[in-house]
Design a protein around this ligand. Structure first.
Ligand code: PBG
Length: 338
């Protein structure tokens, strides 16, 4: 930016434009709108618990209960929801085959929501971890997640979700080549109209802790077979930024329509660089741990919950996010609509 020609104190006083609420609003550069917000929803069977202790204010919904929450979403003009299942333990297998059951929780939820609210977008997560006994996103061969074997299964999962009515398929598994594989499978099943939102730069983050509790993914086995609790052989190293650009470039070449950066707040620089480099719709995910940190501190009375939530979301937009997945979407949208 060129600062020549800008004034100097005392002729120039930047505080002048901060004097009144209307003036601050008039010169505001970034705005948050309900249409920027995507609400993730957890789906359960009637036997599954509703409460998620690690995520205050978030609960799991049965198929029968879905209309309650969908009505609230429609009332505040949130454009889309993202869906995650709490799969009953008895249905989990090493290959996660419940993911390919057209009657699984997610497919039922998709059909129920589509029937009730065809105007609401549905984003289905493509990854095997909610369905596998080991909790990894792909095929676990005992020591490692097998990339190429996983591609077939993820493609199959995406097609099943598209058949149920999902508008956007969002692969969060971080296998190499999955965007091309899923695009080909979707097109092969005549779903050329369905979009892919790639979790292109997904970091091996410990901010996912509360989410893993919410979908019942307990302890992940590591390379030696012992539980170590990480996905570092496929998700990105938090120390890397250049690599995120390579991930996004590859996914776009393979046919991704939109990309996502995840988590959100710790990765503002990545959002900014991706947005400026590729000029494609770039989404951010304010993940479970980011959400819960704010909720817990606010519950202690240490921070103003609504103000901090909105500050973090506007920061993501300012960095360049087109839209944001946030568990606070409903409460924030209600506030914005006032
Ligand atoms: C995995 C997946 C994760 C999240 C969404 N999809 C967690 C993980 O990679 O272990 C996390 C979302 C959140 O923390 O809010 N398929």
């Amino acid at each position: 930016m060129n600062f020549h020609g800008h004034g100097q104190f005392p002729n120039t006083r930047l505080r002048r434009l901060r004097t009144h609420p209307w003036l601050r609003e008039m010169v505001q550069e970034t705005r948050l709108h309900p249409s920027d917000l995507i609400l993730p929803l957890f789906i359960r069977t009637p036997e599954g618990p509703a409460e998620i202790p690690s995520m205050p204010g978030v609960r799991r919904w049965t198929i029968e209960e879905l209309p309650q929450i969908i009505e609230q979403i429609l009332a505040v003009h949130i454009p889309a929801v993202g869906l995650f299942p709490l799969t009953p333990q008895a249905l989990k297998t090493p290959d996660g085959k419940e993911a390919f059951n057209p009657e699984n929780l997610i497919c039922q939820a998709i059909r129920t929501i589509k029937e009730m609210a065809p105007q609401l977008g549905i984003i289905a997560d493509v990854a095997l971890d909610p369905y596998t006994t080991h909790g990894h996103d792909g095929v676990w061969n005992g020591t490692y997640v097998d990339n190429d074997l996983s591609l077939d299964l993820l493609s199959k999962q995406a097609v099943i979700q598209a058949e149920a009515g999902a508008d956007i398929l969002a692969p969060s598994d971080m296998m190499d080549g999955r965007i091309a594989a899923i695009r080909q499978a979707l097109d092969g099943a005549n779903f050329e109209d369905r979009a892919i939102m790639s979790y292109a730069a997904k970091y091996a983050s410990f901010f996912y802790g509360p989410w893993r509790e919410a979908v019942g993914v307990a302890k992940l086995p590591g390379q030696d077979g012992r539980p170590v609790g990480d996905k570092k052989t496929y998700q990105m190293n938090p120390a890397n930024a250049e690599e995120a650009l390579r991930e996004v470039a590859l996914d776009l070449q393979e046919g991704a329509d939109m990309v996502m950066i995840k988590p959100g707040l710790p990765y503002l620089d990545i959002i900014s660089r991706v947005h400026q480099t590729f000029l494609v719709p770039t989404f951010a995910f304010q993940v479970s741990g980011e959400y819960s940190m704010i909720k817990v501190a606010a519950a202690q009375g240490w921070m103003n919950e609504q103000a901090v939530m909105e500050e973090t979301l506007i920061s993501l937009k300012r960095a360049g996010a087109t839209g944001i997945f946030t568990y606070a979407a409903l409460e924030v949208a209600r506030q914005l609509n006032k």
